[in-house]
Each structure stands twice: as structure tokens, then as C-alpha cells.
Design a protein. Structure first.
Length: 229
């Protein structure tokens, strides 16, 4: 399936799920064009990795500090805007090169854009280990952002079983799009989804909640074994 068609297939509406490519966050988005910007950024990100990615990392779901405003799994606005260059050496061109990155959140929310700990750890690990970011695709078992209705869109929650089930068809498609990539499950929730689809995978610790060190260790071991193979 072509990337543009795949993105159009993500047009899904359900209470408690924010769809960054087709929903506008009326309170926090910068402009009415924000969903279209996120579509373009996801399309550039995926398209530039077709036929070359060696690893497909699948986590649980989008978060409000990451893909909610960038449209890209485990990727924050602060990375796209170039504010992680000095400390972590993560550059916007590590994400995509074909278009200019744009913020979609209001600057009044956070001047330098949202920063997601998971995004910083994951991208920082690639750079630290000398892994070409274009060899890796990031995705989620639930491609949308689950939030707590009572707390608003700037919140996260664990996806429901029904939401994980809805994401299965998209997970199947993206693993097919990157069929030559080794699938890596980041956390337990996505392991269940991959198992239901009978997709071979290697599991690693999610970097959140004190798991950063274990995540780096397991990713490094995985990359070394892949090189030796």
C-alpha cells in the first residue's frame, strides 16, 4: 500500500482517541492547517524509509507530548524544531529531509514545543549508538492518541482492548510495507497485538518509568546481533 493511501486509512474517530492527522486540537493547535501538516510530516517520515528500513519499532500508542503534535510515533516537536541538537545531537533532518518541519502546537503552550521523554530516549539511543535513523521506523499498536476525557487532550491513558483491536489492521499493513525490517516490540501491550497477527518480533523494555537503561542495553544487543547475522 502506498504511504499516502495508508495515512488516509487512519481516518478513524472514537471517543477518547485523538487522531492527529484528521482531528484539530481546537484549544492547543496553532492553526486549522495543523492536521494537514501532521499528515505531510508522517508521509515524509515513512516515505523516506521505504525499501531501506532494517528495524520497525512498535510501541503502545501516541502520547500528547509526542505524536499528538508531530504526527510521528515517539517523536516530539522539540526534536523537529531543532532544540535537541545541542544536548542530545538529535537533528530535525534525522526525522525527514524532504520537507521543512513545522510545529502544530501554539507557542504559548510551550515555547520550544512539546518534549516527550520516550522520544528523547529513543532518538538519543540511535544517535549515541551510531544507528542511522533512516534504518528505523517507529510506529504504535494503537496509532492514535488515547486521552482521558475528564482531563482533556493534554493527558495520556492506557489503550482499551477494543482500541488495540482496531489498530490491528493498520499494524498488519505497516509491517507489510516494511516487510524486510526486523520487528521490535517496545513494551508488553504491543507484544499482544503482534502475537495476534502472528508476526515474529523481538521484545525490548519500554524506556519509560525507569526503563531507559534496559532499553538502550537491549537495543544495542539487538543491533549487534543483526550486524553479525
Amino acid at each position: 500500500m502506498k504511504v499516502h493511501k495508508f495515512i488516509q486509512s487512519l481516518k478513524y474517530t472514537h471517543q477518547g482517541l485523538f487522531n492527529p492527522w484528521f482531528h484539530r486540537d481546537l484549544k492547543h493547535d496553532l492553526s486549522p492547517e495543523s492536521p494537514q501538516i501532521r499528515q505531510r510530516q508522517l508521509e515524509a517520515y515513512l516515505s523516506e524509509r521505504i525499501n531501506r528500513a532494517r528495524f520497525l519499532l512498535i510501541a503502545e500508542a501516541l502520547g500528547y507530548q509526542g505524536g499528538h503534535f508531530t504526527g510521528i510515533a515517539m517523536t516530539s516537536e522539540r526534536i523537529l524544531l531543532g532544540y535537541q541538537k545541542e544536548k542530545y545531537d538529535i537533528k530535525p533532518e534525522h526525522v525527514f529531509k524532504g520537507i521543512k518541519p513545522e510545529r502544530t502546537s501554539r507557542p504559548a503552550l510551550i515555547e520550544r514545543g512539546m518534549s516527550e521523554p520516550t522520544a528523547t530516549i529513543v532518538w538519543g539511543a540511535f544517535i549515541e549508538m551510531g544507528i542511522d535513523p533512516y534504518d528505523v521506523v517507529l510506529w504504535n499498536a494503537v496509532p492514535w492518541h488515547p486521552y482521558k476525557p475528564e482531563k482533556g487532550l493534554l493527558s495520556n491513558r492506557t489503550p482499551l482492548k477494543s482500541e488495540l483491536e482496531t489498530g490491528l489492521k493498520h499494524l498488519k499493513v505497516i509491517t507489510g510495507m516494511f516487510k524486510n525490517a526486523k520487528v521490535v516490540a517496545v513494551g508488553r501491550k504491543c507484544e499482544t497485538s503482534l502475537s495476534l497477527l502472528d508476526i515474529d518480533y523481538t521484545g525490548v523494555r519500554h524506556p519509560a518509568n525507569g526503563g531507559a537503561g534496559k532499553f538502550r542495553e537491549q537495543i544495542k544487543r539487538l543491533m549487534i546481533h543483526s550486524i553479525l547475522d
